[in-house]
Design a protein around this ligand. Structure first.
Ligand code: GDP
Ligand code: ADP
Length: 183
C-alpha cells in the first residue's frame, strides 16, 4: 500500500466538504485530523465531528507553545491544525483527511508534497444558497460564503481531483473512486 496519504477536502464554502469528508473517512477508515477553532459550533453541524472547539485563551496558549502546524484568522475567528495530530497517524502509517481552505491546502502541499491529495468540492452559487437557507444557516454566513465564492472557485485548477457535489450518493462514489486510485 502506498502512502500514507493526506487527503485534503477543499473547495467552495457550503459545497458539502465536511459532510463528504466524514462520510468517506468513516467508510474507508481514514483518520480525521480536525482543526481547532475559536468559532462557536453551529446548530446545523454535528458538534465535535467538524472541529475541536476551544476558547481563544486556549488557542493562544497552544499557539504560544508552537503547537500549530499553521493557523489562520477567518473573520474574527482563529483556526489551526495541531502538528502532532497530523504527524502521529502518519508515523503510524495511517492515511488521514482534513477539511481546509485553499491557503492551508497549499501550505500542506508545500510541506508534504506528493503525500497530499487535494479533493476540490464545489456546487454553483444558487445551490449553496438554497441548501444552506433550507438548513437554517444564518443570513450572514450564507452571504459571506457567496462573497468568497469567486476567489475560492479558482483553486480547483491546482487540485488533484475536482468534483461537483450535485447528488450526494453520486459524489460519494466519485470521491471513493478518486481516493482508491491512490491506495
Ligand atoms: N487556513 C485554515 N483554514 C481552515 C482551517 N480549518 C478549517 N479551515 C477552513 O476555514 C474555513 C472556515 O470557515 P467557516 O465559516 O467556519 O466554515 P465551515 O467550518 O467550513 O463551515 C473553511 O473553509 C474551513 O475549511 C485551518 O486550520 N487553517
Ligand atoms: N449533495 C448534497 N445535496 C444536498 N445537500 C447537501 C449535499 N451535500 C451536502 N449537503 C448539505 O449542504 C450543507 C453544507 O454542507 P457542509 O458539509 O457543511 O459544507 P462545507 O463543509 O463545504 O461548508 C449541509 O447542510 C449538508 O447536509
Amino acid at each position: 500500500m502506498a502512502g500514507p496519504y493526506i487527503f485534503v477536502f477543499t473547495g467552495t464554502s457550503g459545497s458539502g466538504r465536511k459532510t463528504i469528508a466524514h462520510r468517506i473517512g468513516t467508510e474507508l477508515g481514514i483518520v480525521p485530523v480536525l482543526s481547532c477553532t475559536t468559532r462557536k459550533a453551529r446548530t446545523t453541524g454535528v458538534k465535535n465531528q467538524d472541529y475541536h472547539y476551544i476558547s481563544r485563551d486556549q488557542f493562544n496558549e497552544l499557539d504560544g507553545q508552537g503547537q500549530f502546524l499553521q493557523t489562520a484568522t477567518i473573520g474574527k475567528e482563529r483556526y489551526g491544525v495541531l502538528s502532532h495530530e497530523l504527524d502521529r497517524p502518519l508515523q503510524d502509517g495511517r492515511h488521514v483527511y482534513l477539511v481546509l481552505n485553499s491557503e492551508a491546502a497549499t501550505l500542506l502541499k508545500k510541506l508534504y508534497g506528493d503525500k497530499v491529495i487535494r479533493l476540490f468540492i464545489y456546487v454553483d452559487k444558487g445551490t449553496v444558497r438554497e441548501r444552506l437557507e433550507s438548513k437554517g444557516m444564518s443570513y450572514d454566513v450564507v452571504e459571506r460564503y457567496l462573497e468568497q465564492y469567486p476567489e475560492e472557485v479558482v483553486y480547483r485548477k491546482q487540485c488533484e481531483h475536482v468534483i461537483e457535489n450535485v447528488e450526494l450518493t453520486r459524489t460519494l462514489e466519485q470521491i471513493r473512486v478518486a481516493i482508491q486510485s491512490h491506495l
